[in-house]
Design a protein around this ligand. Structure first.
Ligand code: NAP
Length: 354
């Protein structure tokens, strides 16, 4: 079977370069077009990207000409079957709709459409059935659809919560985050602000974490998602770490559970991507570590090629009823962004949506 030809919008950014790395040697997708802002358009990718992830810029991508992230420019550069979007969300709103309207599916990492009632926020292991929601987007007059990924912080938390919700039920969640610098993009946090420091505020982040999780963990019935019925309280903080968001999570369960049982429930967790053996699916979505000082961003962010989340320090919470607490670590630009989107595209293809 021929590979699907893909474009990456926002290819020069922190998430965009992860896409370029993941797609440069992908068994089902072929990088056809790289797009960014008018500042980069017309130049070679290697000249304009601020490459700051491990390894060299993939050779073919390095020599590709960047075009402006607009439908007509992308189409002019090459035929594409699918678009991955890592644009700033203000720009994504209009651009992603142009592609979907034209019949080119958009697999997005941006927040532009996440909370629209007919757009799924998809984590392959958690809510693969929500993909069915994309049929509703035809009512907008679009010939294709947009599928989104969660915000990078929500992603790791939700993967850890899903097996607990299924096994014990959840009454409430409190999460306190330690988020990496790459989560804010290339121009995100000035070094003078973050060196020797922690910034206890990330604009719009807490609202996203509190809302998105309930949609993703919700139920799809009659073409509508009914959000999960519990409350989440988030406090989000930027720390001086390059990659990998660490989150302290406190969960009030419906039923009591021993920490060892919680660990076993998480270790057993697998989903549709593992069943289908999708190329980007990690063998184990959740890796549970027993050492008292893990997970750590520097040591654990590449677990499962950056697609597994790593949980540790599972223990009872003495304050909450049926409370457990633990830490979870997720690679923010892989599982929390580009990797999750590539997995979503693999799932959409395997399930016949592309
Ligand atoms: P970034 O490093 O700032 O990159 C932004 C990208 O968008 C660059 O390629 C930039 O191109 C392009 N761009 C900027 N303004 C544009 C415009 N007016 N028209 C067309 N392209 C434009 O940001 P990022 O961290 O990769 O984030 C990208 C998106 O992913 C955002 O929506 C973000 O919320 C989301 N996201 C990020 C993460 C993360 O961990 N970083 C995780 C999940 C989701 P130039 O180089 O030409 O300026």
């Amino acid at each position: 079977m021929d590979k699907l030809r893909v474009a990456v919008l926002g290819a020069t950014g922190m998430v965009g370069q992860r896409f370029v790395k993941l797609l440069s040697d992908h068994p089902r997708f072929e990088l056809e077009v790289l797009a960014a802002s008018s500042r980069s358009a017309g130049k070679k990718y290697a000249e304009v990207v601020h490459w700051c992830i491990e390894g060299e810029i993939p050779e073919r991508a390095a020599g590709m000409r960047v075009v402006e992230a607009r439908l007509e420019d992308v189409k002019h550069e090459g035929d594409v079957d699918l678009v991955f979007s890592a644009l700033p969300s203000e720009v994504a709103r209009e651009v992603e709709a142009e592609f979907a309207r034209e019949g080119i599916p958009v697999i997005s990492d941006t927040s532009a459409y996440r909370m629209e009632p007919d757009v799924p926020i998809l984590i392959g292991e958690v809510n693969p059935d929500h993909l069915g929601l994309v049929r509703e987007q035809r009512k907008r007059g679009w010939r294709s659809f947009i599928v989104t990924s969660p915000n990078c912080t929500s992603n790791a938390m939700i993967i850890a919560l899903k097996p607990l919700m299924d096994e014990y039920g959840i009454r409430s969640v409190i999460v306190s985050t330690m988020q990496a610098l790459s989560g804010a993009g290339w121009t995100g946090v000035p070094s003078m602000a973050i060196t020797d420091n922690i910034i206890p505020y990330i604009r719009n982040e807490e609202e996203k974490v509190e809302r998105e999780a309930l949609k993703i963990l919700g139920r799809l019935e009659n073409s509508r998602i009914t959000p999960a019925d519990f409350k989440i309280s988030a406090s989000c903080h930027r720390v001086n770490v390059l990659e990998g968001h660490l989150e302290a999570i406190f969960v009030e369960l419906d039923k009591p559970a021993e920490p060892e049982d919680v660990a076993e429930t998480m270790r057993r967790f697998k989903g549709r991507p593992q069943e289908l053996r999708l190329p980007t699916a990690p063998e184990r979505p959740i890796i549970v570590r027993d050492e008292p000082d893990r997970p750590q961003p520097r040591l654990d962010r590449y677990a499962g090629n950056g697609m597994s989340v790593v949980v540790g320090r599972i223990r009872r919470d003495p304050v909450l009823r049926n409370g457990v607490k633990f830490l979870v670590l997720g690679h923010n630009t892989i599982r929390g962004a580009a990797g999750n989107a590539v997995l979503n595209a693999e799932l959409a293809e395997a399930e016949g949506y592309l």
